[in-house]
Structure formats: structure tokens, C-alpha cells
Design a protein around this ligand. Structure first.
Ligand SMILES: Nc1ncnc2c1ncn2[C@@H]1O[C@H](COP(=O)(O)OP(=O)(O)O)[C@@H](O)[C@H]1O
Ligand SMILES: [Mg+2]
Length: 244
């Protein structure tokens, strides 16, 4: 049994089909890279995994339990499946430290002292401890990304989902984030990562899923399959179409 089993997952927004019967398995310890053109449904798909988006039909089993059912404890689910948002989604009125401790205090019921200790440990691992009392407006994009990551990691999730984690970063920071994701993977965190960045995808995984218009078009070795796939959209995405 896969850790996460997505079956016939459909999402419609106002009758418009955004996800069209997606089937996908994510095994424990996997690192799943999801690629595809803008608007094809990547964010919608990963948001269904912790109910940030409500699926229209189909099922998502996590440890065998269908998490699309209405009786599922969504707060508990989100502790186990963490999400790092593309836009970081930090609270502007909270310091770095308070952004990282918020869920520990509100969801896990930790005292401020205990939450601060855990958060500082995580911030230190990400070399952000020195910035603990700054506000998001006072730190760079790369630093915001690390705070968003610390906020997710401090909950000790089994699965960590990233939505285009490097879209706001320069190449050096991108490599750093890729290295961080690889490190988490080595520590046995199951990773799902949406990215447009082929080199970043190749740094963290040999394989990727390619989505197009709400379906999984292909899954396989990035180099072997995608670069030689007969489908033009896909080769175009990977910059392999000869326009001459
Ligand atoms: N809350 C929403 N309401 C209506 N349409 C939405 C909503 N969220 C996303 N969409 C639409 O669903 C499609 C897929 O969006 P998204 O999952 O964000 O794509 P991607 O992440 O691959 O760029 C787009 O056409 C987008 O406009
Ligand atoms: Mg998106």
C-alpha cells in the first residue's frame, strides 16, 4: 500500500474541470516532483492533499484512510502533511519566531517557552536564528523561504509539500533549497515538490510527473522520458523543441 493513494480525483471550479480523474501513488520516503505548464492544476492537486482545496470527487487515501471524507480531522491531517506555500504566506505582523511558533502553540498547545525552543532549534538549522526578531518585510526572499520551511518543519510532518519553492529565488538560493530538500528526503520525510525549474528537479530527483490540463500526462525519468517524449508540449516545456 502506498502512503498516499490518489484515485480518480476530480476537482471542478464552477463546472470547469481543473483535475480530471487523477491517479497517483506516493510511497513512503518518495520524492515526487510535479511539473507542467501554468494553469494545468498542479497547485490545485497538491492542495487537495491536505484539504486546502476540497476535491469534487474521487478519493485520497493516506495510510489507507480516505482523507476526503467529511469526518476527517483536518487540523490533525495538516500536522502530518505540511505545506510550504509558493508565496511563503508568512504573517506580516508577526516576527520570524512567532511565525514559526504559531502552529506549535495554537495547534499543538505548546507553551511559548517550549514552542520558542523548538522554533529556535529549527531556525538555527536553517541559519536563520539571528533573524528571529525581524518581521517578514525586513528579510530577503530566500530568508522568507527558509522561515516558511522552518514553520513547516517544526511540526515534524511525515509529508512535506512544496509549491514552486524556488520561484522567487536566485540560482544560488535555488541550489541551497534543492540541497535542503535532498537533506529532508535523506531524513526520511516524504516530499512532494511542484517546480518549473528543470535543473532544480534534476537535483532532487531522477523522475518527475508531467501534468497537462488536469491529467497526469507522463511519469518517469526526467532525462530519458521527458527530453525524448514525442509530445511537443512536453518537450517544449523542457526546452527541447528545435524551432529552426
Ligand atoms: N479558487 C479557484 N477558483 C476558480 N478557479 C481556480 C481556483 N484556483 C485555481 N483555479 C483555476 O484552476 C486552474 C489550475 O490552477 P492551478 O492549480 O493554480 O494551476 P498551476 O498550479 O498548475 O499553475 C487555473 O485555470 C486556475 O485559474
Ligand atoms: Mg501553481
Amino acid at each position: 500500500m502506498a502512503l498516499i493513494e490518489i484515485r480518480n480525483l476530480v476537482k471542478k471550479f464552477d463546472e470547469k474541470v481543473i483535475l480530471s480523474k487523477i491517479n497517483l501513488d506516493i510511497n513512503e520516503g518518495d520524492i515526487k516532483v510535479i511539473m507542467g505548464p501554468s494553469g494545468c492544476g498542479k497547485t490545485t492537486l497538491i492542495m487537495c492533499l491536505n484539504r486546502l482545496v476540497e476535491p469534487t470527487s474521487g478519493s485520497i487515501r493516506f495510510h489507507g484512510q480516505d482523507i476526503t471524507k467529511s469526518n476527517v480531522d483536518i487540523r490533525a491531517l495538516r500536522k502530518r502533511i505540511g505545506f510550504v506555500f509558493q508565496s511563503f504566506a508568512l504573517y506580516r505582523h508577526l516576527t520570524v519566531l512567532d511565525n514559526v511558533t504559531l502552529a506549535l502553540r495554537k495547534l499543538n498547545g505548546l507553551s511559548r517557552v517550549d514552542a520558542n525552543e523548538r522554533a529556535m532549534h529549527e531556525l538555527a538549522r536553517l541559519e536563520m536564528a539571528a533573524h528571529f526578531d525581524k518581521y517578514p518585510a525586513q528579510i530577503s526572499g530566500g530568508q522568507k523561504q527558509r522561515v516558511a520551511l522552518a514553520r513547516a518543519l517544526v511540526m515534524d510532518p511525515e509529508v512535506l509539500i512544496f509549491d514552486e519553492p524556488t520561484s522567487a529565488l536566485d540560482p544560488v538560493m535555488t541550489r541551497e533549497v534543492a540541497a535542503l530538500i535532498t537533506k529532508l528526503h535523506n531524513e526520511k520525510v516524504t516530499i512532494v515538490c511542484v517546480t518549473h525549474d528543470v535543473s532544480m528537479a534534476e537535483q532532487i530527483s531522477d523522475t518527475a510527473i508531467f501534468m497537462e490540463q488536469g491529467i497526469v500526462k507522463a511519469e518517469g525519468n526526467i532525462d530519458l522520458i521527458f527530453r525524448t517524449h514525442p509530445d511537443l508540449t512536453m518537450r517544449d516545456f523542457f526546452g527541447q523543441v528545435n524551432r529552426a
